[in-house]
Structures are given as C-alpha cells and as structure tokens.
Design a protein around this ligand. Sequence first.
Ligand SMILES: C[S@@+](CC[C@H](N)C(=O)[O-])C[C@H]1O[C@@H](n2cnc3c(N)ncnc32)[C@H](O)[C@@H]1O
Length: 272
Amino acid sequence: MSGVLEVSSEWLALREAEDARARSLPLAEAAAALLPPGPVTVHDLGSGTGSMARWLAPLLPGPQTWVLHDWNADLTAHAQRGDAPRDRHGSAVALRSSVEPLEQLTAAHLAAGSLVTASALLDVLTAGEAHAIVDACVAARVPALLSLSVTGDVELQPRDPRDRRIATAFNHHQRREVEGRRLLGPYAGRIVEGLFSLAGWNVRRALTTWRLSDRDPRLLTEWFDGWVEAAEQQDPRLLDEASGYRELRHAQLRRGEFSAVVYHLDLLAWPR
Ligand SMILES: C[S@@+](CC[C@H](N)C(=O)[O-])C[C@H]1O[C@@H](n2cnc3c(N)ncnc32)[C@H](O)[C@@H]1O
C-alpha cells in the first residue's frame, strides 16, 4: 500500500453521511433489480471501513454476504467492528475481508459474486488497476455499481477569480504519479465507463454531488483545506495567492456564507 495515498478512518467517518446523501439511489435500485433470486454476494472494492455496505445493504434483498476488498487491513478490520449492516428484510449481513491490491483482482475473486461495488475509489486508481477491475467484472459477468468518482468540477459560492486556478492545479494533482503509480484522477469515471462500453456492456450514469455548507462545517473545512493544499503542492507559485484566499474562505465559512458543490459520477454497468 502507498503511505502517501493512505486514507484515515477519521476522514472516511467524516464524509460518510454526505456520501450516503450523494450516491445515486436510482442506480442502486437498478442494481438491486439485476440481482438473481437467492443469496447475494457483493464484492466491495476499496471498501475502506465499509461505508458502501452500510448504505447499500438495506436496499438489497438477503441473505447477503459482503466481501470487503482493500489493501489496507486496518480499514477492513474497522468495518468488522460494531453492528453488521442489515439487509432489506432486517437481517444482519455477513462481512468478510480480502486484503490485496486491486491490480491483482481477477475473475476468480468474483466467482459466484452477484454484484461489484465501489465508492470514492476510481479516481485514486491507475489505468492498470481500472483495466483489472473491468476485465474481472466482464470475465465473471458480474454487474458493477461504481459510485462517487470525482469529475474535477466544483462550484464555490460566493465566486472568486482564484477558484478556477486552484481547481486546475488540484485536478493536475489528482493525476500525479505517486511512487510509480500514475493516478487517473478526474478522468477515471469516464475511462471506466468507456472500458465497459467497449466490452459491449450496458452502462448507466448519474451525475451526483456533494453539497457542502455550514450544515457540516467540519467536512467543508477539511475538504476545502485539502483541496487548496493539494493545489499548492502541485503548483507552488500559488502559495502566496492561496494564503489570502484561504483566510477569506475561512472568514466566509464562519459567517455561514461559504458553500461548495463537488461533482461526482456514479456508474452502473451490466452485461447485455
Ligand atoms: C477514498 S477511500 C473510500 C473508501 C470507501 N469506499 C468509502 O466510500 O468510505 C478509497 C479506499 O480504496 C482503497 N484503495 C485505494 N487504492 C487501492 C488499490 N490500488 N488496491 C486496494 N485498495 C485500494 C484505500 O485503502 C481506501 O480504503
């Protein structure tokens, strides 16, 4: 696992409610309709602490088994603590972990699977990992519900002329090379959509949004600070400009005047 790209359970907990509000319900219902009758096995890729299972399990029939795939064993262990999510009928789902880098995913991992899921994953993958996931789904003929890939588009209110420069640098940062891995960043959702289409699969898409405001000032602050910091790392010429920009945005946030919409793409892909 890459230390630089490691995510914390605290960050995943902070964003969980907004992720749940943002994910496309129509695509989740369409995924549920693709499931064959009987026991369901869901493979959640890049599961982190299991937020996708907590959101989706109650929308699917049971009995359900979730296999949580992540290269971070601490995060999957976290998912096993506490109460298991419940299926549509109120029964607890079974949770298993599979700790491996997704580049190694094959159809054998997904054998007898009913559904593949991922949330907030595709943009931190490489092209090789994205191909491995699509190839594995296609070879095993398992539909995939892939939620919340960032598109790189953001809308901040009130507008500021510096927004665009920071956004451009941030989006380049999302496509940087980290320890030999070139990330797909904001292109990820469209690339994976294209790979499934090229394989002859049906693909449905939904534009989904994080809507950040003083309703949840901690999430807005963390997201905004991370967004600006990444832009500064990418383009150190922004350092001077960004410090005044950051102060202004924090003052606006304290007065309840600052909000952000962060655009994502959700995909559902299934065999014809
Ligand atoms: C932004 S987090 C999202 C976690 C979870 N899906 C959620 O929505 O809360 C991305 C997750 O993918 C995992 N991950 C990223 N790249 C991976 C890779 N190449 N192989 C395996 N896991 C990976 C990370 O460890 C992290 O848990």
